[in-house]
Design a protein around this ligand. Sequence first.
Ligand SMILES: [Zn+2]
Length: 164
Amino acid sequence: MLPLITGATTDILLKQTERVKDPLAKEIQTLLPEMIETMHKEKGVGLAAPQINLSLRLAVAEVDGEALYLINPEITSYSQEKILFEEGCLSLPGEFFPIIRSEEVTVRYQNEKGLPKKLRATGLLAIVIQHEVDHLDGILIANRYQKQQKQKHKPLNKKYDRLA
Ligand SMILES: [Zn+2]
């Protein structure tokens, strides 16, 4: 099992990651199922490489039983419609923050076969993708929360124990 990196001031969690040059490289192909396994064990719905001490632009997510491998993901559009969600993070055990995000996003990435993909995601999946891409840009929910304090939002009455 991959060890988790935690702490709001931990350097690797706060820095920009590097692109994955070859998604088909053996190390990456070995890593992907290990990340899924670790995410399951920790009862998360997503896991980004910095959380396991790798500064790579790579994350996994699983919502509704469907595993998603996000290699070099970039969010290319954000809906104007926002949702508020109580988010947790495997890197910040026991801490939860109400985070405002777009209800829908479009993400471009390479899948586990290295193929370019484009996905339009809504609801929980959109939240998880934004949470994971934040990790890849060195942004934790604690920092995201501080930045959004002055924005208006529309609350959503759902709470999840953990996210990524
Ligand atoms: Zn997280």
